[in-house]
Design a protein around this ligand. Structure first.
Ligand code: UDP
Ligand code: MG
Length: 314
């Protein structure tokens, strides 16, 4: 039987026909430096251009290349999950984009950090790289908002260029939830993490597949799959309204004791409005709390994950 590869390089691609071949060459060069068997897993996320044909040609010529064609465009995260599930590496999996923005030349260094004991080598974009101005701003905001709202922190600029130990890949594959925001889950699972700065390169060819709208949808799905804090807004508003009641009550008392004339009916009307508002918000807050619990439960994430002891990292 064919020997199982020690390393898998996983690349989700959607209409990257011009980029596949140049990337393949760079991957082969990087892989050769590892002195160990490796495989390249291309996940074709429902491309409508020549991506499929080019991938098949490469796979026919090279035995360590495998392809996976999804039945339609399922999105970057789903394609990444498909790749992680089919990776056969016994040691570690490296995921990267197929457009050349994640330089494969850094792979040997990532593997070295893994050999030194890191379970996750997460690359983080340094500012020196070639990232458009829109991307720079939207990305910065995304990480900020995410980290404020969610309980899991993602390092700023930590995209989907990373090495994952086999153990981590298994943990991710075993998560029962459907909506997989890999970028957050990788940090949620824990393990020993090492950050590696890198300068992003510009796209080899073609356009980004993430329009501003798609990026916002991506951010929203990421935040809502990691945070129930927005649901707690009603409680915060309740406190605000109660504070208003107290302030208003103070004002009324002072006005009355100093004999100031108050319009009849005004005070009682104000109180009824404020109190009803607070009561409604409170009930919404309580309902949201139960909703949040159900939401967390239905994700069925494991209560804990064991980090097994490693024997060898050769
Ligand atoms: N991608 C994918 N499915 C999609 C969108 C993108 O597999 O629906 C791939 C794409 O081919 C690339 C990677 O995901 O390899 C990152 O996408 P892109 O470069 O467009 O995003 P950006 O780098 O601009 O964030
Ligand atoms: Mg890109």
């Amino acid at each position: 039987m064919e020997q199982a590869p020690k390393y898998s390089f996983v690349l989700p691609v959607y209409n990257e026909a011009e980029n596949v071949e140049p990337m393949m060459e760079r991957l082969a060069t990087a892989g050769a430096k590892l002195d160990a068997p490796f495989e390249v897993v291309w996940v074709n996320d429902g491309s409508t251009d020549a991506t499929e044909a080019i991938l098949e040609k490469i796979a026919a010529a090279q035995s360590n290349v495998r392809t996976l064609h999804l039945s339609r465009n399922f999105g970057h995260m789903a394609a990444l999950c498909a790749g992680l599930e089919s990776a056969r590496a016994t040691h570690a999996v490296i995921t990267l984009d197929g457009d050349g923005q994640h330089p494969p030349e850094r792979i040997p260094e990532m593997v070295r950090l893994w050999q030194e004991g890191a379970d996750i080598v997460q690359t983080v974009r340094s500012d020196s790289g070639d990232l458009g101005p829109t991307k720079r701003v939207t990305s910065r905001w995304f990480y900020k908002v995410f980290n404020v709202l969610a309980d899991t922190d993602i390092p700023e600029g930590a995209a989907d260029f990373r090495l994952l130990d086999r153990e981590v890949v298994d943990a991710l594959n075993n998560l029962p939830e459907r909506a997989r925001f890999v970028r957050g889950l990788v940090h949620w699972v824990g393990f020993n993490k090492v950050l590696l700065p890198y300068a992003p390169e510009s796209r080899l060819s073609g356009e980004t597949k993430y329009s501003l709208l798609r990026m916002m949808a991506f951010a929203l799905s990421g935040i809502t799959s990691f945070s129930v804090r927005p649901l707690r807004l009603a409680f915060v508003l309740t406190l605000l309204v109660v504070a208003l009641v107290v302030v208003y009550l103070g004002y009324v008392l002072v006005a009355m004791s100093s004999g100031k004339y108050l319009t009849p009916g005004w005070t009682s009307t104000m109180f009824i409005i404020l109190l009803l508002g607070a009561a409604q918000l409170l009930v919404i807050g309580i309902a949201s709390e139960y909703l949040a619990r159900m939401y967390v439960e239905q994700k069925q994430r494991p209560v804990y994950i064991v980090r097994k002891r490693k024997t060898s990292r050769e």
